[in-house]
Write a protein that binds this ligand. Structure first.
Ligand code: AMP
Ligand code: ZN
Length: 111
């Protein structure tokens, strides 16, 4: 989608701090980190959210990318993965993304 900021990041049209990339997915650091490690994993193809017909192969690639992010960021002691869908979840960028959060004890709030 031409006006989607995450499509532009996936196409290297705007800069990001890339942590991992393959043919199907790209992972980059969040601009406004909410934990010492806050990296986003997105499919390169545009899907609005987790329910938007994401192929199984792409979902598997995203899970693999989460593993690569954890390795690259040294998250041996654990991390949290969150994806927001829709207004009640506070989704602000309408291109499916997984937040990978870690680098400190995240506590017990919101799972
Ligand atoms: P969500 O609220 O789940 O839609 O999360 C969107 C996330 O994208 C937020 O955490 C933003 O800080 C992050 N974000 C927005 N624009 C950029 C960007 N250009 N580069 C990196 N992260 C971004
Ligand atoms: Zn997009």
């Amino acid at each position: 989608m031409s006006d989607c900021i995450f499509c532009k990041i996936a196409n290297h049209e705007i800069p990001s701090t890339i942590v991992y990339e393959d043919d199907l997915v790209i992972a980059f650091d969040d601009l406004s980190p909410q934990a010492p490690v806050h990296t986003l994993v997105i499919p390169k193809a545009h899907h609005a959210d987790i329910t938007d017909g994401v192929p199984a192969e792409t979902l598997a690639a995203m899970v693999h990318a989460v593993e690569e992010v954890a390795k690259a960021k040294g998250l041996e002691s654990g991390f949290r993965v969150i994806t927001n869908k829709g207004a009640d979840a506070g989704q602000t960028v309408m291109h499916f993304h997984m937040h990978v959060l870690g680098g400190k004890s995240l506590g017990e709030g919101l799972v």
